[in-house]
Design a protein around this ligand. Structure first.
Ligand code: HEM
Length: 491
């Protein structure tokens, strides 16, 4: 009997070794960390540790623009190639990794949909709303949210010459973006700023959940189990008092008003979705997507811009001077309009550098093709996951210059038209691209164009943790904490 067990164990061991060897050999022509050729654990570990952004950049620096990062994953760090892979007519589609982001398995939403045709049809129903043309009051909702935020800071968090009041700006900023996006999505703000608290632990829950989701997404069989009947009991529901639950409950309630016999039609984002043919379940899911995809990302971009502005005196002075001068010359209204902000070159440079240095989404976002392909001049067999390295692509020295590792808004101000276009094409990748690109980009752009000037025209900011102004964790989504600042009112 014992002999039979030993034989079985040996056979199993030989099978595992042989299948690992076969998987390794398939992409053996692509360099990369040695261990990554045999196991997914390298990639999973980096995701869990929160260093994925830097580590993938390091891999591309060491092994070239195309490197292997798992038995069936390669990473591309050349921004021009990434753009080609993500283009509308590319042979690559979303890889099964995206299924890990289903909000209501087995149903898909825009974030998780891999089938290109179904996705395109869904996107056509969403695009008019996201584009803003169908929505009345989009700019006003954003202005109201910023004004509420200004009031919160003025009421509770101003430092004076007699006393420093420290405030964790990273949290407060997210209260603002959550209230703004909920107003846009549901017509009612959640009230984070009124409560001045993460009052149903939404932020804490998402910060805890994101690293898990990003790790699980790398293991498709685990995703299948978690999204099957067994795992579904662990998924959030609208009955939960904390985390995503209250947001799901709001989505259900608000969406229900738009369907049925007494349905109401409003000129808002949800109204646009419904008018363009979303059914009730889809409308609930896509409203949730707005909150999940559109609050933390914008908050991260704002935190990153403010952190770099606050910690670089030259940048700070020049940005504030551009805003002050615009106000003095009557080129900036109260509140600033999106069109006015677009005409401020240094502000635009500050915003673009923010996306470039620490992009809010740095996950692998792999694409897959059912035919063989060539990427960076290297043969890629069909069925290989091709990820991107945001770090390598957004700090490419050929595109951004020898100081690509540094935050320098001037590179945008001084660039020739051709240089600007090349840099812009690369920074655009922060929002995805082509048929899968971010639908909320116009909304996020308006928000940032307004938020930065509205804050810097009224207040001065100073980072108080001078040793480490902010804590960044790159788990595929950038999680930021502890941007502790002092805020003073400007004369
Ligand atoms: C700074 C802010 C933002 C960044 C950096 C960002 C980035 C991204 C990225 C990288 C993707 C995935 C693209 C891909 O899979 O290739 C995405 C998708 C998406 N984002 Fe954003 N996003 C931001 C703000 C927003 C906002 C404010 C909203 C909602 C109002 C939003 C809604 C969406 C939606 C619906 C998708 C799915 C698009 C699709 O699959 O067709 N995003 N975003």
């Amino acid at each position: 009997m014992r002999g039979a067990w030993i034989t079985l164990a040996c056979l199993l061991g030989a099978y595992v070794a042989f299948s690992r060897f076969r998987a390794w050999r398939r992409l053996a022509h692509i360099p990369g960390p040695k261990i990554a050729g045999f196991t997914d654990l390298w990639l999973i570990y980096k995701t869990w540790r929160g260093s994925l952004f830097e580590d993938l950049g390091e891999v591309c620096k060491r092994h070239g623009p195309l490197a292997r990062i798992a038995p069936n994953h390669v990473v591309c760090g050349d921004p021009r190639e990434v753009r080609r892979l993500w283009a509308v007519r590319s042979q690559f589609d979303r890889a099964p990794w995206y299924k890990g982001f289903r909000l209501d398995p087995p149903n898909d939403c825009t974030l998780s949909m891999c089938d290109a045709d179904i996705h395109t049809a869904l996107r056509a129903k969403l695009a008019p709303g996201y584009g803003g043309k169908d929505i009345v009051g989009l700019h006003e909702h954003i202005d109201e949210g910023i004004a509420r935020f200004v009031k919160l800071l003025e009421d509770k968090y101003l430092s004076t010459p007699d006393q420093v009041v420290s405030v964790d700006f990273s949290r407060k900023v997210q209260y603002m973006t959550l209230d703004i996006i909920s107003k846009i999505a549901f017509g009612e703000a959640f009230g984070f700023m009124d409560n001045d608290a993460d009052f149903f632990r939404y932020i804490k829950t998402t910060e805890d959940t994101i690293p898990m989701m990003q790790m699980f997404a790398l293991v498709p069989w685990l995703v299948d189990i978690l999204q099957g009947p067994l795992g579904k009991s662990m998924m959030p529901t609208e009955r939960d008092a904390f985390g995503l639950g209250p947001i799901m409950a709001t989505a259900k309630r608000v969406v229900a008003e738009r369907f049925g016999e007494k349905k109401v039609d409003k000129p808002d984002m949800l109204g646009s979705f419904v008018r363009h043919g979303l059914d009730q379940r889809e409308a609930e899911a896509e409203s949730l997507v707005q909150i999940i995809a559109g609050s933390d990302t914008t908050a991260t971009a704002l935190r990153t811009i403010m952190t770099h502005v606050m910690t670089n005196l030259d940048v700070y002075r020049r940005l504030q001077a551009e805003i002050d001068q615009g106000i003095a010359e009557g080129r900036i209204s109260t509140p600033i309009t999106d069109a006015e902000a677009r005409k401020l070159p240094y502000l635009q440079g500050c915003i673009k550098e923010g996306f470039r240095i620490w992009p809010p989404i740095t996950g692998v976002m792999p694409r897959i093709s059912d035919e063989d392909a060539t990427v960076c001049g290297v043969h890629i067999p069909a069925g290989t996951n091709v990820a991107w390295s945001a770090h390598a692509a957004l700090r490419d020295r050929e595109v951004f210059g020898a100081d690509a590792d540094f935050y320098r808004p001037d590179r945008w101000v001084r660039a020739t038209e051709e240089e600007y276009r090349l840099m812009d094409n690369s920074v655009d990748l922060c929002f995805g691209s082509g048929r899968w690109g971010c639908l909320g980009r116009p909304v996020a752009t308006i928000e940032l164009n307004k938020m930065v000037p509205e804050l810097l025209r009224r207040f001065d900011f100073a980072a108080l943790n001078t040793e480490r102004p902010i804590v960044n964790k790159f788990h595929g989504v950038l999680i930021q904490q502890d941007l502790v600042v002092q805020i003073t009112k400007r004369a």
